[in-house]
Write a protein that binds this ligand. Sequence first.
Ligand SMILES: *Cc1c(COP(=O)(O)O)cnc(C)c1O
Length: 365
Amino acid sequence: MSRVYNFSAGPSMLPLSVLEKAKNEITDQAGSGMSVMEMSHRSKPFEAIIGAAEANFRKLMNIPDNYKVLFLQGGATQQFSAVPLNLMKTGKADYVISGQFSKKAADEAKKFGEVKIIGSSADKNFTYVPKITKADISPDADYVHICFNNTIFGTKYNYIPDTGNIPLIADLSSCILSTPIDVTKFGLIYAGAQKNMGPAGLTVVIVREDLIGFARKDTPVMLDYKVQAENDSMYNTPPCFSIYIAGLVFEWLLELGGLEEMEKINLRKANMLYEYLDNSKLFKPTAEKEFRSIMNVCFVTGNEELDKKFCSEVSKAGFVNLKGHRSVGGMRASIYNAMPTEGIEKLIVFMKEFERNNTQCTILN
Ligand SMILES: *Cc1c(COP(=O)(O)O)cnc(C)c1O
């Protein structure tokens, strides 16, 4: 068996034990004589799968009873539309732009109401996260929207904005389940599964119950949180296979010791890589120190040709998908929960070797 270290931003690595468990069960799910992909979503075995997935997810994130958990489709991007359709009660919302996804979310919301941009880090190419205080927030906003971890630029909030009585809505696609987070600080959290939870096709929404039931009249039925909540995410066929795999990932996390333990491992992994980058003569991390993401680590050499050479050589060595997002260039190591510590240790060994072989060249040039 040959597995690479996959540093993709998403879809990304899954724990090997999860893949192996799925492999073993793929033709016969729990003695049903069929695959999870072949069974009715209304069947007993599938009910058990989705029920356990929700219970374990609630346990991991310590989700209070007054929040609903929805297992939806359409990706995080569909939530860019669903959030304003459901939550813009008076037609006004505040958005913070800290990267490309938060900009897309704001642009989509503009179709449905008045969007005020109350903070942006576009002035420094999103290398930091704007500091939002209560004074920045419109008193009549229906909600405040943020993107907590900026996948493309490798930054994350190092604080949770205090929005008072105004619901805080957060896109957690690229950091959900990476550290404990206080769900009660948010009105709604959403995340596409394909970064840190499972396969693409599943989007998880955690929504406080008092925010459900205010969708615009013309909201498409599939985007209405009330419909989805009342039908336990089964108004239509849910993404059964993705829910099943995510359920295995939740079990894996619980066995590991939950999110406190996961956070320790993630901090160790990220610190190791940043420490090397901070001391490197060739590579430089791009995000401002206090806003560094522990999931997406962006760095450059400062020379595009050398970046290209690095990406090509590193991938031949079995470390794949380290090329930065097409809009920013450079490199990005996405080191989600499933990336083993040894993947980063070995990457650093490779980078040191590359640095030795290439610093001479740059001086000669
Ligand atoms: C990947 C990503 C998205 C887009 O997710 P889709 O599921 O592809 O729609 C949105 N927001 C963040 C923060 C992401 O990382």
